[in-house]
Ligand binder design. Structure first.
Ligand SMILES: [Zn+2]
Ligand SMILES: [Zn+2]
Length: 333
């Protein structure tokens, strides 16, 4: 099978990915082999290709927003029928035994594995997955629409939970790419006031089109103090202004797996009055199941930029240079 691998991590326009021909993998105990229909492109894939995120194994295939059908099942695998459509997300496995798994916080598992980082991901024709970590996909959601929900959507949902904003409350969103444009739709459906602070005309136009309450520049304050905020842009310099935009007791959730260094936080102006700064680390399967249900109920719709699988490096380059809004999805023929 054809698969893209990270050959030599470096700036995306220097060609860090290579396409190779690999043996098609056989599923082990509890695993399924999935024929991949499409795979979303996440910023984490870019961080991996560029070396911001250290590889956990050589020649890893990126991609963790995988939509495909179960083609074969390994021993003991019976959760899905042959031919059934499934989604494969970022969280590929946990030990199930550590203190975090046992307390309902498997996103903090001490020995987790991740799709497209530890295990070969979706920039390929086939992949393997532990069936317990796959999602059945709601029928009302197409393959292409389902792909970005599997990371961008789920992480956005967890970030919204971490921000602590209640239905009817006020939310600020910093950065408006793949994850943010899904989260904003959910927040609006939950009756929240949504203020978007972003750079880039296309991102701002998309936010306006989705009906958010205001759109401003990235370092501007929101037009009113907010109950919570989510930082989607991987820009540490936005942490201080985002904290300053919070109302007393508000929480800033940092959604990304990678953030440039935070230079300075001034305690008095930006953190005092019980403002909270929290990161978001992966997600639990429960987060994923809840979000997929909400996405179907509210018809959360991704703005999709389709690419053939052959053009994976181009999709990553376009993401790096902000050449599209919404989410890129790679398609197998
Ligand atoms: Zn992702
Ligand atoms: Zn664990």
């Amino acid at each position: 099978m054809l698969a893209w691998v990270v050959d030599r991590a470096g700036p995306i326009d220097t060609g860090p990915l290579a396409q190779v021909d690999l043996a098609s993998p056989s599923p082990g105990q509890g695993e399924v082999r999935i024929r991949i229909r499409c795979c979303g492109v996440c910023r984490t894939d870019l961080h991996l290709a560029e070396g911001d995120l250290a590889p956990r194994r050589a020649e890893i295939t990126p991609g963790h927003e995988i939509v495909g059908v179960v083609e074969t099942r390994g021993p003991g695998s019976d959760r899905f029928a042959i031919g059934e459509r499934v989604g494969v997300p970022w969280l590929a496995g946990t030990d199930g035994t550590c203190r975090f798994c046992r307390s309902g916080r498997e996103n903090l598992c001490l020995s987790p594995t991740f799709t497209g980082w530890d295990r070969p991901g979706g920039y390929a024709e086939f992949c393997l997955a532990d069936e317990r970590f796959c999602y059945p996909l709601p029928q009302g959601i197409s393959d292409e629409q389902a792909a970005p929900l599997l990371c961008a959507g789920i992480i956005g949902y967890r970030s919204l939970l971490v921000s602590g904003v209640r239905p009817g409350g006020k939310l600020a969103i910093y950065g408006f790419g793949g994850s943010a444009h899904l989260t904003a739709q959910l927040a609006l459906n939950l009756g929240m006031t949504v203020h978007v602070l972003t750079r880039g005309e296309r991102n701002a136009a998309l936010a306006t089109e989705l009906g958010v309450d205001s759109v401003g520049g990235p370092a501007e304050p929101p037009p009113e103090p907010v109950d919570g905020a989510i930082l989607f842009a991987p820009a540490g310099e936005l942490v201080a202004p985002a904290l300053a935009g919070l109302d007393r007791g508000g929480t800033l959730a940092v959604a990304g797996i990678w953030l440039s260094d935070i230079e300075r936080i001034r305690y008095q102006e930006e953190l005092f009055e019980e403002r909270v700064l929290r990161s978001v680390t992966a997600n639990t399967r429960r987060d994923g199941e809840e979000f997929l249900r909400l996405a179907e109920r509210y018809t959360i719709t991704a703005t999709i930029h389709p690419y053939p699988m052959q053009q994976a490096p181009q999709a990553l380059s376009d993401l790096a240079h902000g050449r599209f809004d919404g989410a890129a999805v790679l398609h197998n023929p």
